[in-house]
Design a protein around this ligand. Structure first.
Ligand code: SAH
Length: 213
């Protein structure tokens, strides 16, 4: 569990790469500058941890590409103390970014193996989400709603209704929608019934899994 000067140097390069690709939010960049991404991955990938690429984690899932993490985090536009729900805890890397942005984080993972692993791992780096839950992201987390932000980190075949209804007025849902490739979609809640939709480029995520019966 070491974070060396070499890792920090590679991270600086990664941050410059993200800036060159168009990421602007200084708080998102500072958060990613701080987080030792290599510790969220299998040690066999350590040498590549600061490339702008997704890598396999357990249970056939992936840690998202840094650019994707930065892009989604920027779209959420969180303030200090914002309440945010993450669907797809995975390695916990995106969770750590949200925590560095000083949000109150609730996160749900659908694969038990990953849930267990990440629940033990995050506190070792002093990352403490309000809740890290094993469950089905299609349902959101009604008992903690409403949220300022909801971020989905798996490819969703459609926008699950509960996620829309669990947003505050003025809140934002950031969700990649599609099957083979996904369109990054931002839905802003304008009123009880109105949502404003913005679409960004194509991304590629592992699919959001249906609930097992
Ligand atoms: N944020 C993670 C991304 C992991 S990939 C990271 O950066 O590491 C997407 C994750 O979503 C996987 O861990 C997958 O198991 C999880 N997932 C897929 N379908 C889900 C669902 N219905 N509810 C909650 N999590 C889900």
């Amino acid at each position: 569990m070491k974070d060396t000067l070499k890792h920090q140097g590679l991270r600086n390069k990664l941050i410059n790469m993200l800036i060159n690709k168009g990421i602007k939010d200084p708080e998102v960049l500072a958060a990613m500058q701080k987080i030792p991404r290599h510790l969220f991955m299998d040690s066999s990938f350590e040498a590549f941890a600061y490339q702008d690429k997704a890598f396999p984690i357990a249970a056939d899932q992936t840690i998202s590409q840094p650019y994707t993490v930065a892009f989604q985090s920027e779209l959420l536009n969180l303030k200090q103390g914002s309440k945010v729900l993450e669907i797809g805890t995975g390695s916990g890397y995106q969770t750590a970014v949200l925590l560095e942005l000083k949000a109150k984080v609730f996160t749900i993972e659908r694969q038990r193996e990953l849930y267990k692993k990440t629940k033990l791992f995050l506190p070792k780096l002093n990352y403490k989400p309000k809740k890290l839950i094993f469950g089905d992201g299609y349902k959101g987390l009604a008992e903690e709603a409403p949220f300022d932000g909801i971020i989905v980190t798996a490819g969703a075949p459609f926008v699950p209704k509960p996620l829309l209804s669990q947003l505050k007025i003025g809140g934002r849902l950031v969700i990649p929608v599609g099957d083979e490739t996904q369109i990054m979609t931002l839905l802003k809640r304008k009123s009880a019934k109105e949502f404003e939709k913005h679409e960004f480029g194509d991304f590629r995520f592992v699919p959001m899994l249906k609930k097992k019966n």
